[in-house]
Design a protein around this ligand. Structure first.
Ligand SMILES: Cc1ncc(C[n+]2csc(CCOP(=O)(O)OP(=O)(O)O)c2C)c(N)n1
Length: 340
């Protein structure tokens, strides 16, 4: 629950009015538009799954939208990005179309990975992939940061999203240690959604502040963001991004936002009470942003309603496209298989 005072007192703070002025109405509406696209994509894809159209795993990003939208807005797409299996939002932000992503979920040949990867393995030109092994993306993103340094590309960084459960992985420590030792331009963003499958974070991880307590051990800076608040996340990412560009030092960030759904679609979430879920949903990042935009007279309810509907239409169209798309031919089964 992001309302819990023990979280609120650790959040990165910004001058909200100054950030609103800096972003301006157009970019604020762009942020809302992306968040609504992600929410609608997740909601419809979930219903397609429940109707038997989608197979395999499916991990929803609902509740966490402000984090990756803010990171994308603060840093722009032209960096190297890596994510866990919870990768639908990042793929949308980095240019994959709703049609190709939906077709991938449906297992069709027009899909993002020709129907071979499914929900956990989206990619784009700049997204190195969603990874099914917990923490698997951390060494990959660190390698991307190493490449940037090796090639002396000083205008790009690597951004690695991982879950709270991944910080207990050996690969996390090995990668972060080397990133610090070699001064690699990497932002490690721990998305603390309070749960690793059905295990509460405090029952799995020895630190209370996942980034701030661990960063000093690697001689890095550590920050905690309110992952339900687009404005402060944006300000935080922007500051950290410029720090990393200027110093080439890696940074650890914890962004806290409780997930709204079960770990995956097959998880009924019986380990949390209805009341605690309700409290989490009172911190809906989309509602928080819309309220702010109303208060600043940047938009109104009718406009947001229309925008939401427009996003829903895009996703419904993507579902029809997926349904009409052909299945992959079995003859192609051995294509694109890397066998050294
Ligand atoms: C190395 C490894 N161990 C265990 C699993 C099984 N597993 C899949 S997701 C998950 C929980 C990870 O939680 P977290 O890192 O907090 O990410 P979240 O799902 O909350 O985004 C586990 C244990 C796995 N995929 N890989």
């Amino acid at each position: 629950m992001t309302s819990h005072p023990s979280y609120a007192d650790r959040f990165f703070r910004c001058d909200e009015e100054a950030v609103i002025r800096e972003l301006g109405p157009e970019r604020l509406m762009q942020a809302l538009s992306q968040m609504l696209l992600i929410r609608n994509f997740e909601r419809r894809a979930e219903s397609a799954y429940q109707h038997g159209q989608v197979g395999g795993f499916f991990h929803s990003y609902m509740g966490q939208e402000a984090i990756q939208v803010a990171a994308w807005m603060a840093m722009g797409p032209d960096n190297w990005w890596a994510a866990s299996y919870r990768c639908h939002a990042l793929a949308l932000l980095l240019g994959a179309t709703p049609k190709e992503l939906m077709a991938e979920l449906y297992g069709r040949s027009t899909g993002n990975a020709k129907g071979r990867g499914g929900s956990m393995h989206f990619f784009t030109k700049r997204l190195l992939g969603g990874f099914g092994i917990v923490g698997g993306q951390v060494p990959i993103a660190t390698g991307a940061a190493f490449t940037l340094k090796y090639l002396e590309k000083k205008n790009e960084v690597a951004v690695c999203f991982l879950g709270d459960g991944a910080v207990a992985q050996g690969a996390f420590h090995e990668a972060v240690n080397l990133a610090s030792l070699w001064s690699l331009p990497c932002l490690y963003v721990i998305e603390n959604n309070l749960w690793g499958m059905g295990t509460a974070v405090e029952r799995a991880i020895a630190s209370e502040r996942l980034a701030e307590e661990r960063a000093p051990a690697y001689r890095m800076e550590g920050y905690t963001f309110d992952g339900t608040d687009l404005i402060s996340c944006y300000a935080g990412f922007k500051k950290v991004y410029h720090d990393v560009l200027n110093t080439s030092r890696p940074v650890l960030i914890e962004a806290i936002a409780e997930r709204f759904r079960g770990h995956s679609i097959s998880d009924p979430g019986q380990y949390r009470t209805k009341e605690s879920l309700k409290t989490a949903m009172e911190h809906d990042p989309i509602e928080k942003l819309t309220k702010l935009l109303y208060a600043h007279k940047i938009t109104d309810e009718a406009t947001v309603h229309d925008l939401d509907k427009a996003k829903r239409d895009i996703v419904v169209e993507a579902m029809a496209y997926a349904e009409e798309s052909p299945w992959p031919s079995p003859i192609t089964l051995e294509e694109d298989v890397y066998a050294p």
